[in-house]
Design a protein around this ligand. Structure first.
Ligand code: GTP
Ligand code: MG
Length: 197
């Protein structure tokens, strides 16, 4: 896809997993490498937002947070600050089954909205969203005030929510949204992969 930046946030603590979830093995590579493989076809720019050297082996740009320890919104700040495109797909490092078709669908339906975000069963998934670089000042201002909850800045910009249930039928598989936060989630992921073999 032309002119789309993909930013993978990987600067969290992985406290529920107990070790870096992005680097857990899945078949012959790591979880984050699966995401990269999934999103590379739609990205004209792809980078990681993290604060360690653990991702250097990927050979991709890694940008650091300017607001340390303020959570995913700090990752969004970095992503919007450094992105070279106006549209930025911002996502988490723990969604290895998310197909490119989902951000692809969001990206072609942004219209003149600042944020185009997925919701599942009525709940917004802020890390499955296209954010416009032009809203950077709003994000920066929230972080400066330590307002770290992502959706708290939404009322200040134009947000379009796209329901998972309204996606094209081929994209409506619940498993695509598997969020690998805990060892039990990882077990579930491995089972899905084994059953596909
Ligand atoms: N750049 C950046 N990314 C973050 C930060 N905090 C969380 N993330 C990322 O945001 C996404 C969603 O966060 P969580 O699922 O809660 O991940 P986490 O914080 O590592 O995990 P827990 O410690 O178990 O909550 C993951 O991809 C994290 O790596 C942060 O401070 N900076
Ligand atoms: Mg967290």
């Amino acid at each position: 896809m032309q002119n789309l930046t993909v930013a993978i946030l990987a600067g969290g603590k992985s406290s529920r997993m107990g070790r870096n979830k992005a680097l857990l093995p899945l078949e012959s590579k790591t979880i984050i490498e699966h995401l990269i493989t999934n999103f590379q076809p739609i990205a004209s720019e792809l980078f990681i937002v993290a604060n360690t050297s653990e991702y250097d082996f990927l050979g991709l740009p890694v940008y650091n947070d300017r607001y340390p320890a303020q959570g995913p919104l700090a990752g969004i700040e970095t992503a919007l600050r450094v992105a070279t495109n106006e549209k930025v797909f911002i996502t988490a490092c723990d969604l290895p089954l998310l197909p490119a078709g989902i951000p692809g669908h969001l990206a072609v339906n942004t219209g003149d909205f600042d944020v185009t975000v997925l919701a599942f069963k009525g709940k917004i998934e802020p890390l499955i969203g296209i954010y416009r670089k032009s809203i950077y000042p709003v994000v920066d201002q929230h972080l400066a005030l330590k307002k770290n909850k992502i959706i708290e800045f939404y009322p200040q910009v134009k947000v379009k929510v796209i329901n998972f249930e309204d996606l094209p039928a081929n994209l409506q598989k619940e498993e695509y949204l598997l969020n690998v936060n805990t060892p039990a989630d990882y077990e579930k992921l491995l089972k899905i992969f084994i059953s596909k073999e």
